[in-house]
Design a protein around this ligand. Sequence first.
Ligand SMILES: O=C(O)CCC(=O)C(=O)O
Ligand SMILES: [Fe+2]
Length: 315
Amino acid sequence: MHASQVLKAPLFATKLLFKLKKQSGGREVLQVLRDTLGMSNDSAIAVGKKLKMLASPLLAWKRTRTRAVPTRVPDSLAVDGWVKVQDEGVRGANELVQYCTKVFERRKAEILSNYTPPFTLIFDVGSSIARPEEIEPVVRFCAQRPIFDLVTSYLGEYPALGNIAFGYTAPDSGRIGSQLFHCDSNEPRQLHMILPIWPIDMESGPFTFLPAQSSAQLRKEIKHDRGRIPDDVVFSHVSEDELIYCTGEPGDVYFVNPYACFHCGARTRSKPRLILIVNFTSLFQGVEPSNGLYSAANRKELDDGRQETRFLLNL
Ligand SMILES: O=C(O)CCC(=O)C(=O)O
Ligand SMILES: [Fe+2]
């Protein structure tokens, strides 16, 4: 190590501490631990999470006191990292579908002209939310008790909203990026909520995943740490009929842990796909997304005073 690096270290550490206190800085931790010191991705994100919790002990305590939540986690979710919602009392899925369809129709020309595979993201969330009122119905849907409680029980802490991806994919879309098998390797305890806005069948590129137990086995066999995996590698270890395809009708709701389950999607063939994928995650996740709702500068505009919403948005 150079003398100049040694001198800079305290400044780096101080800046990092301030970032960690604001639930950011995970990328820097990863860079040092994984990329410089050679730690595995999993260990590095675990340390990142610990550091964030240590930097905000009161907040960490508040968000992990979840004993009051009565919901039992269904077996398939507990064991295999996924569930298709049946009759857990979830309301408003059809209304949300109608709403999303309307948004698509209203902005169709712009969405189609901006399209690049694997999808155009229709809600514009970056470091701030371009049109907070546009995503308000989605946040309200996520904050309803059956969903909030189920996710809380699974995560073991109150969830924060990460990305909300309302995505359009044109037919015959190809195979790049998230169309290849991968795990979202930033946080072990997270869930995607997957909702078809248009009907999804095998022609319209369903979200496709390998359940958690088989994924764990595959991870071990190929010594996977991170990154995308070519199909031929996956299928030399796994039979195609082990995969689960999130096909279905508008308003169906799936939950899948995208860390525990290898997945890919948007491999459209003859039909386009319109889907809503919302990520529920830990506020202290090892590596934070650049477009997470819980860190968007103007998320306060979505505050409706309800406790669930406030947890989801980190208000
Ligand atoms: O487009 C898809 O179905 C997969 C997207 C994906 O990998 C993800 O949301 O984590
Ligand atoms: Fe993914």
